[in-house]
Design a protein around this ligand. Structure first.
Ligand code: ACM
Length: 639
């Protein structure tokens, strides 16, 4: 490891302006003088004014990429530092992760040299450490089940069976199911004792399997006695959930015998509250290699979640190999100082890329299917499309004024143009390949955050709007999304989208599923308009939101603070009028990865809130219990 040559320290302070200012100090820790250079950092707290700097010149910005020049002639000798301040921020900083996420210097010969960065400090305000995220918790029944079952009436036994094994005469498909959950357990807890054995053991307990068509499709029943366990199920998913319950019971009893036991008698009768029990992962802002995606899917299966919503494209990268358009996974993924896509969100001097080949996608989909997890792929259109537009510049209207609109994340002209014939040719081919790769009934097409004003400076779009009698960005968006819906229907798929799909006239409610993310109210409004909805409001279910107000708690804050207790207690169905409840198909966690620069941040922010949402997705409201959850959640596997 090379010693750090340069380090950028940053602090934010209120200064009487609306959003305060940053103070940056670059330390030259190298043995050589530094002169004739420019400094780049990436920060989600953007600078939006030209004359924003003291003791530096603000050269350019693209989304969260910022470039500065030091004062003319500045030389930093070894050990010296340069301090400059930056104002005109687009919002206040609230957490230690709101400063520079990465930095580098560009030398006069064009070389880019890494600069280490530190957490953002706050001046002129208290920088308090965060409170504990979970209390010690309390258990009425000593069983380590998460999500908690619908009905449990069981007594704890003294001691534990060494393993559970399929009874003599068990059918091969039931034995295979045991093997699959055993393999899942081994992947999640490689150093822990196996809960199952395919062979009988004198110190173990046998499982007798029985199909029971009267149970709910994903439901199961367990009856415990000292001699055997009877597992009833109606479907292979129910069987997997029953076996997962057994694995959780045994795992908890072994991991913390002072708190948890294995049942010796009684029963569990269980089924999920919702059919859509989802978790989303944004792989565009940060790339997650195939093994990590598979491990996340393992974790979903462990918590009986059944939908993996894979956010494959965004402004920052297009991660899905499309054979018809190879530049999507070359130009469309590589972010670097000299690439068409500039460094963002923690990228530094070295270019970074990453995409999923179609073989990797097939392997991930097969892995998920083996665990009863459905992979719902998302390509986020028409907005959030910078990467696609960089990879395929012919998608743009060449006559459109540059920087004629900006997305909320600060990207200029980032929406596919509904008036360009190539847009539809492109999407037909993308959907053809996606339909081959993804067996899901659903394809998610995004539809969120198209900036008001998009396309209005595109002569092509203007002509189309005139011809079609469309007025404004959102009428044009609706025109576009209706065509997209037809493309999906022609391939036998249903359109899923974010709540803004309903804007400007929407796409028709029949065969459309929308995700309410902006706030809980929009979910109810969508249901009232006739859409099926999945509830994923940022205020409770966005796992990138900070978990406490404290400065030192990492994460975002635009949707507020989502403490684990709030995420757990939130009732998505809460305000739905009785007659609209059937439109609410389930709930979903969203893992947006702008802030997730390391596995450490990922695990800190995702847990324990992901299992909290899993319990909200499965367990009836009357059976939710924060104290019990707090006692069991520390057993969660992490990425
Ligand atoms: C979203 O958070 N823009 C769906």
């Amino acid at each position: 490891m090379q010693p750090v040559a340069y380090r950028l320290e940053s602090a934010w302070q209120p200064d009487g302006s609306p959003n305060g200012c940053f103070t940056f100090t670059l330390f030259n820790l190298s043995e050589a003088p530094l002169s004739n250079f420019r400094l780049v950092y990436t920060s989600l707290t953007r600078v939006i004014g030209k004359d924003a700097c003291k003791n530096a010149t603000f050269l350019r910005r693209n989304a969260n990429f910022h470039e500065f020049a030091p004062p003319e002639g500045l030389t930093l000798q070894p050990g010296e530092r340069w301090t400059f301040t930056v104002g005109y921020l687009h919002r206040q900083a609230r957490h230690c992760t709101d400063g520079a996420k990465s930095a580098y210097v560009t030398l006069s010969d064009g070389r880019h040299v890494p600069v280490a960065v530190s957490d953002l400090l706050v001046e002129g305000k208290i920088s308090e450490p965060p409170p504990a995220r979970l209390p010690a918790g309390r258990l009425d029944l000593p069983f380590a089940l998460l999500p908690w079952p619908e009905v449990i009436d069981a007594l704890p036994g003294e001691g534990l069976p060494v393993v559970l094994y399929p009874a003599e005469g068990t059918r091969p498909e039931d034995i295979r199911a045991v093997s699959a959950v055993l393999a899942l357990f081994h992947r999640l807890f490689p150093a822990r004792h196996a809960p199952f054995s395919l062979m009988p053991s004198g110190q173990g307990r046998r499982i007798v399997f029985a199909e029971n068509g009267d149970l709910a499709p994903e439901g199961y029943g367990l009856q415990f006695s000292s001699g055997e366990i009877r597992l009833e199920y109606a479907s292979s998913a129910g069987r997997q959930y029953g076996l997962t319950t057994l694995a959780q019971l045994l795992h908890g009893a072994r991991a913390d015998p002072s708190r948890f036991s294995f049942p010796v008698s009684g029963s569990i009768s269980d089924r999920p509250r919702y059919g859509w029990r989802g978790c989303h992962l944004d792989v565009s802002r940060q790339f997650y290699p195939t093994a990590e995606v598979m491990r996340l899917i393992d974790i979903l299966a462990w918590f009986k979640l059944n939908i993996f919503h894979w956010h494959l494209t965004d402004d920052e990268a297009w991660r899905l190999e499309i054979k018809a358009y190879p530049t999507l996974s070359t130009l469309g993924v590589l972010r670097g100082p000299d690439e068409p896509l500039l460094p963002q969100l923690g990228n530094g001097a070295e270019p970074v890329g990453g995409f999923y080949s179609q073989d990797e996608v097939k392997a991930i989909v097969a892995h998920a299917a083996g665990l009863h997890v459905e992979v719902v792929p998302e390509v986020d259109i028409p907005g959030h499309s910078t990467a696609a537009l960089v990879a395929l510049p012919e998608l743009a209207d060449g006559q459109e004024a540059p920087e004629s609109y900006h997305s909320v994340q600060g990207y200029p002209n980032n929406a596919l143009n509904p008036a360009a014939p190539f847009t539809y040719e492109f999407l037909e081919k993308v959907f053809d390949e996606m339909a081959e790769l993804f067996p899901s009934r659903y394809i998610h097409i995004g539809g969120d955050e198209v900036a008001d004003g998009s396309w209005l400076a595109s002569p092509m779009a203007r002509r189309l709007m005139e011809e079609q009698g469309l007025s404004g960005t959102f009428a044009l968006q609706s025109y576009f999304l209706k065509k997209v819906k037809q493309m999906l229907m022609a391939r036998g798929r249903m359109l899923v989208g974010w709540n803004e799909v309903a804007h400007g006239g929407g796409v028709g409610t029949e065969g459309t599923l929308l995700m309410a993310w902006e706030n809980p109210k929009v979910g109810i409004e969508l249901a009232r308009a006739g859409y099926d909805v999945v509830m994923t409001p940022g205020q409770a279910y966005y796992l990138d939101m900070a978990q406490a107000e404290a400065w030192q708690e990492p994460g975002a804050s635009w949707a507020g603070t989502a403490t684990p207790e709030h995420t757990y207690a939130y009732e998505a169905e809460g305000e739905f009028p009785e007659e609209l409840k059937s439109r609410m198909k389930g709930v979903q966690a969203c893992i947006w990865s702008e802030h997730f620069l390391s596995r450490g941040y990922f695990n800190h922010l995702v847990f324990p809130r992901l299992p909290a949402i899993a319990e909200a997705a499965w367990t009836p409201k009357v059976k939710k219990d924060w104290s019990r959850f707090a006692a069991i959640a520390p057993l969660s596997p992490t990425l």
